[in-house]
Design a protein around this ligand. Structure first.
Ligand SMILES: [Fe+2]
Length: 198
């Protein structure tokens, strides 16, 4: 095992996936759950090495559910190098805590014809992003490494009424989670092919 390998106590800071979920479950019951979750996620990503050890090695991009209930979803998401995800909303608050790589967020609001861009923010390790219930964003990984983060949602991420918007026409349609999974598969295949060539 390397000095930074799984299970090592990094300078007194160690955490498990169960700890992460338990702390989020406590926070979601507080009076201001969005702020409480933000504080928990900020503390967790303050020790990115310990979080990386708890999650383990990343071998491909994807969504790994750590906890799912009607009021709380905790996901580990790894964006594949070069991956882009079209604009979408969540229908609930979301807190993203990065611990490696870079995630570029573009923000939008509804416009008479599709969407209007309203800015963006790049996240790197240690950064925390809070998205309100009505937020619309698109995500891209511009780097040649995985962008890894804990994503915490104030509801059932997989069961909510949500929208997404077409990359090209900005036409609104119901969120297609299977389509998102196909994007991960395509991005993973493209990245693997690039690795084979280099
Ligand atoms: Fe999102």
């Amino acid at each position: 095992m390397t000095p930074d390998g799984p299970g090592r106590n990094l300078g007194g800071v160690s955490i498990t996936v169960d700890d992460i979920v338990e702390r989020c479950r406590t926070a979601i019951g507080e009076h201001t759950p969005q702020l409480a979750i933000r504080d928990v996620v900020a503390e967790i990503v303050h020790a990115p090495g310990a979080l990386a050890a708890a999650i383990g090695p990343i071998t491909e991009g994807g969504i790994r559910p750590l906890h799912r209930s009607p009021e709380l979803t905790v996901l580990h998401i790894a964006w594949t190098p070069g991956m882009q995800l079209n604009p979408h909303d969540h229908g609930m608050f979301a807190v993203v805590g990065m611990y490696g790589g870079q995630e570029d967020n573009s923000y939008y609001r509804r416009a008479p014809r599709g969407l209007e861009a309203t800015g963006g923010r790049s996240l790197v390790a240690g950064d925390v992003l809070v998205l309100g219930q009505d937020a619309i964003h698109a995500v891209a990984n511009p780097k040649r490494e995985y962008a890894v983060a804990i994503h915490v949602y104030g509801g059932d991420f997989f069961d909510a009424q949500r929208s997404e918007w077409d990359d090209e026409t900005s036409e609104e349609r119901p969120r297609d989670i299977e389509g998102t999974m196909r994007r991960f598969a395509a991005a993973n295949a493209a990245w693997a092919a690039q690795q084979d060539r280099s």
